[in-house]
Write a protein that binds this ligand. Structure first.
Ligand SMILES: [Fe+2]
Ligand SMILES: [Fe+2]
Length: 295
């Protein structure tokens, strides 16, 4: 077992990430892999994929701003170095998901307009709550907001997307799997580093609990917008049908066969999985989970 300093060192990051699971990849996937024709040839499906990918870019840009912003707020050298590795991970995530937008046909000159047009306002609000803490150089709240809440959410969203795209879109699934491995490291840091700091600053708890409740609310509101959109639900069903009769449409996640679930059931499964995880992780660092309102 590596100790805390080794597990979050640059040496460990080099060995496990760039020289490990990312070796030989190209923008996170295997060289030469392409988006499926089915997706590129169908304007509605393509727009759907662009819209989904924009949310990933928005989330990753927030993580990049937060991890880099927290470096100079960190109280110790080991955390600063870990956050430097995380900053590069997040910059890479921004880059690979932006590259996916280009692969889906977004022109470089249109990038910011496309992001503005598709960014979910509730996700933007979620990001603003976190970045406000980072701007104030509030390390404890910033790490809880980023490495527990934002990345706890991202981890499960990516895993669910990975399960649904593994057979339909291996390129995207491979892009996601390196990202999932990175997020696992980031979430681990949040939990390991922050417990002792919260013990030392119990006066910060109420504010952090409020932040968790507010960020959770905007996360649920984002999911509600995405899953309750009828147009997109019909498209997903159609894509599953067109993907073939061999049941290759969707994989298994959290014990459920995603192909059998209605969008509302998927929304509930995703939300409950993430909130359950928040509760567990927050308890370990001494924060009392606050139930958000349901949008
Ligand atoms: Fe990320
Ligand atoms: Fe991350």
């Amino acid at each position: 077992m590596r100790d805390f300093l080794d597990a979050y060192s640059i040496q460990y990051w080099l060995e496990s990430c760039p020289q490990g699971y990312l070796e030989g990849t190209e923008y996170g996937h295997r060289p030469g892999e392409k988006e499926p024709e089915l997706l590129l040839d169908d304007p509605t499906l393509r727009e759907q994929a662009i819209s989904t990918t924009v949310q990933l870019v928005v989330g990753e840009r927030c993580a990049l701003a937060a991890s880099s912003g927290l470096i100079n707020a960190a109280p110790d050298e080991a955390s600063r170095r870990f956050l430097a590795t995380q900053t590069l991970d997040e910059a890479r995530h921004v880059e690979i998901f932006t590259q996916r937008l280009y692969d889906l046909g977004v022109k470089k000159s249109e990038l910011e307009d496309v992001i503005d047009a598709f960014a979910n306002p509730n996700l933007v609000k979620f990001a603003e709550i976190l970045l406000e803490k980072v701007d104030k150089k509030d390390f404890v709240a910033g790490v809880v907001g980023q490495n527990v809440i934002l990345e706890g959410m991202a981890f499960h969203v990516f895993e669910m997307m990975h399960a649904t795209s593994e057979k339909l879109n291996p390129k995207f699934a491979h892009t996601l799997s390196g990202t999932i491995a990175d997020e696992r490291r980031h979430v681990g840091f949040g939990e390991n580093r922050i417990g002792s700091l919260i013990q030392a600053h119990p006066e910060k708890k109420p504010e952090i609990e409020r932040m968790q409740r507010d960020m959770s609310y905007y996360m649920l509101a984002t999911f509600a917008d995405r899953f309750r959109d009828t147009a997109s639900r019909e498209e997903v069903q159609r894509m599953r049908r067109e993907a073939g009769s061999d049941g290759a449409g969707s994989g298994t996640w959290q014990g459920a066969n995603l192909a059998d679930l209605e969008p509302e059931e998927m929304e509930r499964l995703l939300a409950d999985t993430i909130l359950g995880e928040f509760k567990k992780r927050l308890a370990r660092i001494g924060i009392e989970y606050q139930t958000p309102a349901r949008p």
